[in-house]
Design a protein around this ligand. Structure first.
Ligand SMILES: C[S@@+](CC[C@H](N)C(=O)[O-])C[C@H]1O[C@@H](n2cnc3c(N)ncnc32)[C@H](O)[C@@H]1O
Length: 175
């Protein structure tokens, strides 16, 4: 029960949602990409397929089973997977001498994460985002709108009906 609460999903995301999550990324560039909550890796594997040789991907997954499975499956020198919480992204980027991310892709179930934790995650995400960067978040409702607006000046929202459940994708930036 507790596990279900933290995972916040009944099934992995559809390829339609995956397409929307990655739609704004220009993979021809060398990018630093951060992913929160990869789960079984539906977005992660597609990012790896598309990212340039000079790009880097930092992945944060709290669930031990997902973390173990992903780190066994993915052996790519461009990718680092951490069994740690999303708000630690800045710490691990800085450790590798990266100070900004071009994209932060979040599947975190904001609706069930305690307020203090999600505030910290969004604060850190805002801080690490490059000036021209984008924070992309999917949710199953529009309830995250107000909270995301507290951290990002600009927001566009897309809807994906073909997902279980149907999902909203928030594209946020401070451009
Ligand atoms: C809704 S699932 C999404 C899985 C996958 N990205 C997909 O779309 O199918 C959310 C994921 O976030 C992870 N998670 C929850 N809180 C987290 C946190 N604070 N830091 C990192 N991962 C977290 C959960 O373990 C779960 O794998």
């Amino acid at each position: 029960m507790q596990e279900k609460k933290v995972v916040g999903a009944v099934a992995p995301s559809s390829r339609f949602l995956r397409k929307k999550m990655l739609a704004k990324i220009d993979f021809s560039k060398d990018l630093v990409i951060v992913e929160y909550g990869p789960g079984t890796g539906v977005f992660t594997e597609e990012i790896i397929k598309k990212m340039s040789p000079g790009s880097r991907l930092y992945v944060f997954e709290l669930n031990e089973v997902f973390y173990d499975s992903l780190s066994t499956k993915i052996k790519d020198p461009r990718v680092k997977i951490f069994h740690d919480s999303a708000e630690k992204s800045e710490f691990y980027l800085n450790k590798d001498n990266y100070h900004h991310a071009d994209f932060v892709l979040s599947s975190l179930p904001l609706a069930v994460i305690p307020k203090t934790v999600k505030d910290e995650i969004l604060k850190v995400s805002e801080k690490i985002l490059a000036d021209q960067g984008m924070y992309v978040q999917f949710q199953y409702s529009l309830n995250a709108k107000k909270m995301l607006k507290n951290h990002f000046r600009n927001m566009n929202i897309a809807f994906t009906p073909i997902n279980v459940p149907p999902a909203f994708v928030y594209y946020c930036s401070n451009r």
